[in-house]
Design a protein around this ligand. Structure first.
Ligand code: PGA
Length: 253
């Protein structure tokens, strides 16, 4: 294991008052979070500004965005630019979540531009990849996942890809309560790391954080995080309760 990272993806959940309560609940337990873990919360975009104010001088947790446009400014109604996110103090950004690939047709080349735009603004991309159930069943899942990574990330320079976090999120496990087994997850994480090592080198591969996502929860996080190439988790549903998020963040051996 190289890094220890736990990120909460709140998705389009919680109204503002509920979101503030969750932030307050997390803050009430801040001393209990393992200080060795890079802890990230990704609330809905409209809340980022107020959260950034509250978390201004705090080191124990960082803010992440769930999505960003690939240009810094201009006539793009409704979009949020990486420069704007940077100006709020956002340090991480989820890119290419399967829900965005599916619902908003985000393709490989758009995702590669989004990743570059974040890096240019000193925001760490959390790049998501993962296969649908039929791809897993048809046994071409390794090629499928590696193509997602190859096409969007492998044109980056070594010093750029070293900064990236990759989240392996099998789509059949997202929000379904059906977690990948630790062996299934480790197989893919190991494959991703070895492919980065052959494309770049081992030093680069060991710097890239590789997270598991997909029904990771307080019960299964320990087993998943004990695998050699699993550096932590991207957590959806279980990040919406302070207690389960704390248990997951502290699940490293
Ligand atoms: P889940 O979502 O933990 O609710 O399965 C994970 C994700 O989609 O990032």
């Amino acid at each position: 294991m190289t890094r220890k990272i736990v990120a909460g993806n709140w998705k389009m959940n919680l109204n503002y008052s509920e979101a503030k309560t969750l932030l307050k609940d997390l803050m009430a337990q801040k001393e209990q979070f393992n200080a060795d873990v890079e802890l990230i919360i990704c609330p809905p975009a409209p809340y980022l500004s107020a959260f950034a104010e509250v978390l201004k001088d705090q080191e124990w947790v960082q803010l992440g965005s769930q999505n960003n446009f690939f240009l810094d400014h201009g006539a793009y109604t409704g979009e949020v630019s990486p420069t704007q996110l940077k100006s709020l103090g956002v340090k991480y950004g989820i890119v290419g979540h399967s829900e965005r690939r599916d619902n908003f047709n985000e393709d490989y080349s758009m995702l590669s531009k989004k990743v570059k735009a974040l890096l240019k603004n000193d925001i760490t991309p959390i790049f998501c990849c993962g296969e649908q159930l039929q791809v897993r069943d048809s046994n071409v899942y390794k090629e499928f996942i590696m193509k997602q990574i190859h096409d969007s990330l492998f044109k980056l320079k070594p010093e750029e890809i070293s900064k990236i976090i990759i989240a392996y999120e099998p789509i059949w496990a997202i929000g379904t309560g059906k977690t990948a087994s630790s062996e299934q997850a480790q197989e893919i994480h190991h494959l991703i790391r070895s492919r980065i090592a052959s494309q770049y080198d081992e030093k680069v591969a060991n710097k890239v954080g590789i997270l598991y996502g997909g029904s990771c929860n307080a019960e299964n996080a320990k087993e998943l995080f004990s695998q050699a190439d699993i550096d932590g988790g991207l957590i959806g549903g279980a990040s919406l309760k302070a207690d389960s998020f704390l248990t997951i963040a502290n699940a490293f051996e």
